[in-house]
Ligand binder design. Structure first.
Ligand code: ZN
Length: 158
């Protein structure tokens, strides 16, 4: 597999790992614009976007944590080959262009986009727009929620 086309530029020293856990603290969401990724295909740097799959060693999903300032927009539309994306809007207001429709989005909006949906996003609100994008292979999920979980014994000292 080719090396990732998008790399976090300035974040590696924040990762902690244990036997069954990897953790990173990105700090306050307002500070997300301190982080930068380099998009190798588009040859652009983007501030306010952090991909956490490689940071955490995740194996089933790519997730980005995002802050887009008022007036900001994704500089190009894109689609995906095999992955669906779930957009979860945490704060602020914006618009998503999906195929030939415009969807207003705001705190609490959750959208699932099929891989071939053509998509773009802008912040046309007055505040910063915060959102999380979860990218997973479409039709890959087997059991989920309580069907995948099971009860275990654990001595917790708190
Ligand atoms: Zn995407």
């Amino acid at each position: 597999m080719a090396s990732p086309a998008v790399k976090n530029v300035n974040i590696k020293d924040k990762v902690k790992s244990g036997k069954n856990v990897s953790a990173v603290n990105l700090g306050a969401l307002a500070g997300l614009t301190d982080y930068e990724i380099f998009h190798d295909k588009a040859k652009i740097s983007v501030h306010g976007k952090v991909f956490i799959k490689d940071l955490l060693g995740a194996t089933g999903s790519e997730i980005s944590i995002n802050k887009m300032p008022s007036g900001g927009k994704v500089p190009f539309s894109h689609a995906h080959k095999a992955n669906e994306e779930i957009f979860i809007f945490i704060k602020g207001k914006g618009e998503m262009a999906i195929d030939d429709e415009i969807f207003p989005v705001e705190e609490g909006s959750c959208l699932r986009l099929a891989p071939d949906a053509r998509r773009c996003l802008r912040n046309n609100g007055q505040e910063d727009l915060y959102f999380i994008v979860v990218q997973t292979k479409a039709d890959s999920l087997g059991d989920y929620t309580v069907d995948d979980g099971y009860k275990v014994e654990q001595n917790i000292d708190w």
